[in-house]
Design a protein around this ligand. Structure first.
Ligand code: ATP
Ligand code: MG
Length: 429
């Protein structure tokens, strides 16, 4: 079978040719061949060769020995980086993840044999000729994800493959072959050996795909998530049987972090527990905070909507919304509106798109949300009284922010100072 090279691959052809001219075999391998065959955009172009790493480094002086122990050299060519890895076999996996013994070999097939799934175990030469010893193309046509070789052995060697498998199946809308699926169920407890950082990056990729719900269903049905090193913060009362089987009902929001929040909102997770759990993923504090704050704010916002639906007066609604803005900040509020609109909740009677747009306008227009937005500062407040400085200043500024946000006083120096004086006096009497 022969394929036309994609532009990214064509750019790398000189590298493969140089290896060929020096007497070595060289191929495009793995994800890039898979993506080319599927007509997907390539992420990275990886190259496998029969040349030993030191020979690769000799042929390409502009290189970085990024993973010599595993035979990987990163070559820089025309401003682009390519990983060139010597054909290798792996064995003696430690802790169901890392191969301890890596042996460089001379034949491509041996190298493809160590790869995880048939669709990832194909290679292509400079002429576009596909090497597919394990039936990757046939599996692609039937839309099946299948381990290379014996699934029991392959998933035990490296337990991360189970999660990769679910990720690929959901990204491509594939089903998982019966024997691979059975092996996943048999060895799912080994997932506890996998660092949460790796779990997080797989889940990120899974959720970024076009079918995140398919991934969640597979996670749920396989029960893999129960064996994560850190168990997710599930609300036991609503998630008795199979939480991830019940994926969110609406459309998925576009942004990845909103997708994360959407799942945990649907599962009614506790935001504190969620924050703790997300921190294991190495997502960075900001990302974790963005997701957890959104889950937290949603609970408060839903309560507000219920309350105002009962009271029938729009004022309660808007005042409550301003309180939420003060409490959670503008960014979280905007995230929340985006989430509600994108997931189709804006179509619900209690929370129409018009209402949400009105709330968004308020969020955009509210000019005072924190003491930094006030026309006065702590020093101005100190100047209107003999009272010694203390935590009361911050408290008072907070009250002034609230009064401005609710439109009770204008945000001018004059109005704020007179309001401050009144409040100080009231407190002293
Ligand atoms: P993507 O880059 O889109 O996430 P990919 O298939 O390219 O997908 P990489 O992690 O970049 O994934 O790995 C490149 C190739 O290395 C894979 O296609 C596969 O052949 C092999 N590979 C990666 N991880 C494993 C693993 N845990 N076990 C076996 N083979 C693997
Ligand atoms: Mg890749």
């Amino acid at each position: 079978m022969k394929m036309e090279l994609d532009k990214r691959m064509a750019e790398a052809v000189p590298i493969l040719r140089r290896l060929n001219e020096a007497g070595y075999e060289a191929y495009f391998v793995g994800g890039c061949v898979r993506d080319l065959l599927m007509g997907r955009r390539l992420s990275d172009v990886d190259i496998a060769t029969s040349a030993q790493p030191d020979s690769v480094m000799e042929l390409f002086p502009r290189c970085v020995p990024t993973g010599l122990r595993h035979g990987t050299v990163t070559v820089l060519e025309e401003g682009k980086a390519y990983e060139i890895t010597t054909f290798r076999e792996e064995s003696e996996y430690e802790q169901h993840r890392r191969p301890q013994a890596v042996r460089f070999i001379q034949n491509l097939e041996g190298d493809l044999l160590r790869r995880d799934f048939t669709i990832n175990a194909m290679a292509m030469d400079v002429n576009g000729e596909i090497k597919d010893p394990f039936g990757g193309v046939a599996d692609m046509e039937r839309r099946i994800l299948r381990c290379v070789g014996d699934p029991d052995a392959r998933l035990q060697e490296d337990a991360l493959r189970m999660l990769r498998g679910i990720r690929f199946a959901s990204m491509f809308g594939y089903s998982i072959s019966y024997s691979t699926w059975k092996a996943m169920l048999r060895h799912r407890n080994l997932l506890s050996f996998i660092a949460m950082e790796r779990v997080g990056s797989e889940l990120d990729k899974m959720l970024s795909g076009t079918l995140p719900a398919a991934g969640l269903t597979l996670l749920g049905r396989s029960g893999l998530w129960r064996h994560f090193k850190q168990v997710p913060p599930l609300n036991r009362s609503i998630c008795a049987a199979e939480p991830f089987g019940n994926q969110p009902a609406g459309t998925w929001p576009a942004a990845l972090d909103l997708r994360w929040a959407y799942i945990w909102i649907s599962l009614m997770a506790d935001h504190e527990e969620l924050r703790k759990w997300l921190l294991h993923f190495n997502f960075g504090k900001q990302r974790v905070e963005r997701i957890a704050a959104l889950v937290h704010m949603n609970a408060a916002a839903v309560e507000l909507i219920d309350r105002s639906a009962a009271s029938q007066t729009g004022a309660v609604y808007l005042d409550g919304w301003i309180d939420l803005l003060l409490r959670f900040g503008r960014q979280t509020a905007m995230d929340w509106i985006e989430l509600k609109i994108e997931t189709g909740e804006g179509l619900l009677p209690a929370m129409t798109t018009e209402k949400l747009s009105e709330l968004r306008r308020t969020a955009e227009e509210l000019s005072v949300l924190s003491p930094a937005d006030l026309a006065i500062g702590g020093d101005d407040v100190k100047a209107v009284t003999d009272k010694p400085a203390g935590p009361w200043i911050r408290r008072l500024l907070g009250e002034l922010v609230r009064a401005c946000a609710h439109g009770q006083i204008p945000n001018t120096k004059e109005a704020l100072l007179s309001e401050a004086a009144i409040r100080i006096e009231k407190e002293q009497t």
